[in-house]
Ligand binder design. Structure first.
Ligand code: ZN
Length: 251
């Protein structure tokens, strides 16, 4: 069976049995990212969350899943106090992590933009890839602001994944030279929609990554395996790239 890479998960809030099921379905690599499991009063609380992400990644090896780690400040989890301390903590961990993320904008407040910009510039100092969240609202103003902020930053577009994209923004993101993440999850893309998006953008299949964003929200932890199977059934000849190799190369 083809080994697969789920490029965006949150194992710290998923039961152990999910990791076992992913492994059974051949999902043997994941990138587990910091997110917004709760509001953080200060940077110490955020650090506690980062530790939970790291220990969930270690636990995944029990089921032969190689979990890579992304740490960062999610736009819905900016600590009420100690933003500067949190940024310095991220800087000190750049050598130990596989990505900065997930970061991004939710409402595009000035504070969110500033925190995103700082993290993009920090990641660029060590050439660490960045996973950038786009909001469920699909607000075109917020998404344009995200793309603008990334373009203005020091980050190398080849090391940036703009995630949770739908058909509408996929072209724009690929056109700017970024990697594009497609999330298969209730409320985001369906398996069928993801497959169609990949087939329609097959010329850019070296820059498309599929993921489940498995979190506390309703999620399909087998999403990447389902997309892989459907792409194989359709005779797509670059399945490995979108369900594994692009992510392996980045993270
Ligand atoms: Zn996420």
């Amino acid at each position: 069976m083809l080994a697969k890479f789920d490029s965006h998960v949150h194992l710290d809030v998923r039961p152990e049995d999910d990791v076992r099921r992913m492994s059974l379905a051949g999902i043997r690599y994941v990138l587990t990212l910091a997110h917004d499991p709760m509001p953080f009063r200060n940077h110490e609380a955020l650090m506690g969350h980062w530790e939970a992400v790291q220990s969930a990644a270690e636990d995944a090896s029990e089921y032969l899943v190689d979990a890579r780690i992304g740490l960062g400040i999610h736009p819905r989890a900016v600590p009420e106090q100690g933003i500067e301390e949190a940024l310095r903590a991220l800087e000190s961990r750049l050598d130990d992590i596989d990505a900065v993320g997930e970061v991004g904008l939710e409402k595009a407040t000035d504070q969110e933009v500033e925190v995103l910009r700082e993290q993009l510039d920090l990641a660029a100092t060590e050439d660490v890839p960045v996973v950038v969240h786009t909001p469920r609202s699909r607000d075109p103003k917020v998404i344009s602001r995200i793309l603008e902020t990334v373009k203005e930053s020091d980050a190398d577009p080849e090391l940036v994944v703009v995630d949770h994209l739908d058909e509408k923004f996929l072209d724009a993101v690929l056109g700017e030279g970024f990697n594009a993440g497609i999330t298969v999850q209730p409320g985001k893309a369906t398996v069928e929609e993801a497959v169609e998006m990949v087939l329609e953008h097959r010329e850019d299949s070296d820059r498309i990554l599929i993921n489940s964003d498995a979190s506390r929200a309703p999620s399909n932890v087998l999403a990447v395996a389902e997309v892989a199977l459907e792409l194989e059934r359709r005779g797509f000849d670059d399945v490995e790239a979108v369900v594994r190799d692009n992510a392996l190369q980045l993270f």
